[in-house]
Design a protein around this ligand. Structure first.
Ligand code: PDD
Length: 298
């Protein structure tokens, strides 16, 4: 009972869920999505995720308001039906079914899939010691192509980058853009600390503006840190004082090594640890109960 899938309001176990083979999400990756997680059973930063889902849909002209169900209550219903453990929730909105061919006119209404499953646990050692990343030779798609600002389910480029990182023995790839500037991971945003300044690549360099990234920037500034969006070269990561990844299912994960080079002797630095504590405190405030990924593990 811990995993449930809701297709256009029809809720059941994964085995019974079905989407048409003529759905544009299946045919073209013509869909947008969000990954949300619960803390203390409540979806964290739900409003921000729903706003981004709507924005992604608008940028692709997928008619969000023609969805056959009201997405927010369906998310709550799906979580409730999936039982008590902390959940990772994937919400997918496709352009709907249509005949083969690109014309979107005969398509629709959109298809809504909400998948709730137990939240994957981040190993405690990743949180304590950090993870290894590698700058891969798969470039992030340029903003003039499929704009990375759109959280689309067309994830083959991200998959190719992830596979390249696996082959290098790294946990997460770091993608450069066509101008060789740092962008982000395959499913995470990137931060570096240099000379006590917190830096992260700007949207102009081609990134998804992560919800966790936004919260980290807010927490850092409220704590008096000098935090900016700045265009960065790969060397500024390799020689960073500290670096970390952010994502909904990862929280804040320190980077231990980049391309084999230890970051700050391979131990999470003080600014990273401070931000992890501030993030944990925010989670506690928002949920009264939950905890950041990995922090409940021994
Ligand atoms: N991924 N960049 C990319 C390319 C991502 O896919 C993600 C999230 C992020 C971080 O965004 P956020 O903080 O809003 O989760 C950055 C999710 C978790 C996923 O793919 O399931």
């Amino acid at each position: 009972m811990s995993e449930r899938i809701n297709v256009n309001g029809v809720l059941g176990p994964p085995e019974t869920a079905c989407v048409s083979p003529l759905d544009r999400g299946f045919l073209f990756g013509d869909s947008v999505y969000e990954t949300i997680r619960t803390y203390g059973g409540r979806p964290f930063l739900l409003r921000e995720h729903l706003q981004r889902l709507r924005r992604s849909a608008e940028l692709l002209e997928i008619p969000y308001d023609r969805a056959p169900v009201d997405i927010e209550p369906e998310i709550h219903r799906t979580i409730a039906d999936a039982g008590p453990s902390e959940k990772a929730i994937r919400v997918v909105l496709t352009r709907g079914q249509g005949p083969l061919g690109y014309d979107p006119e005969p398509c629709g209404p959109p298809t809504v899939v909400i998948h709730a499953r137990p939240c994957p646990e981040i190993p405690a050692s990743f949180v304590r010691e950090g993870v290894d990343v590698a700058v891969v030779d798969v470039t992030r798609n340029p903003r003039t192509s499929l704009d990375p600002a759109i959280k689309s389910s067309n994830l083959l480029n991200n998959f190719l980058a992830w596979r390249a990182a696996q082959r290098l023995g790294a946990y997460e790839p770091i993608l450069l853009n066509a101008s060789e500037r740092l962008t982000e991971g395959a499913s995470s945003n990137l931060f570096v600390v240099r000379a006590a300044r917190l830096l992260t690549p700007p949207p102009a360099d081609g990134i998804l503006e992560g919800i966790t990234r936004g919260l980290v920037l807010e927490l850092a500034r409220a704590d008096g840190l000098d935090a900016s969006e700045e265009s960065l070269e790969a060397d500024s990561l390799r020689s960073a004082d500290e670096a970390f990844l952010t994502a909904t299912l990862k929280g804040i994960l320190p980077i231990r090594r980049c391309d084999g080079w230890p970051i700050r002797h391979g131990r999470p630095g003080p600014i990273t640890r401070r931000l992890m504590a501030l993030f944990e405190a925010r989670v506690q405030v928002e949920t009264n109960t939950g905890s950041a990924p990995g922090s409940t593990l021994k």
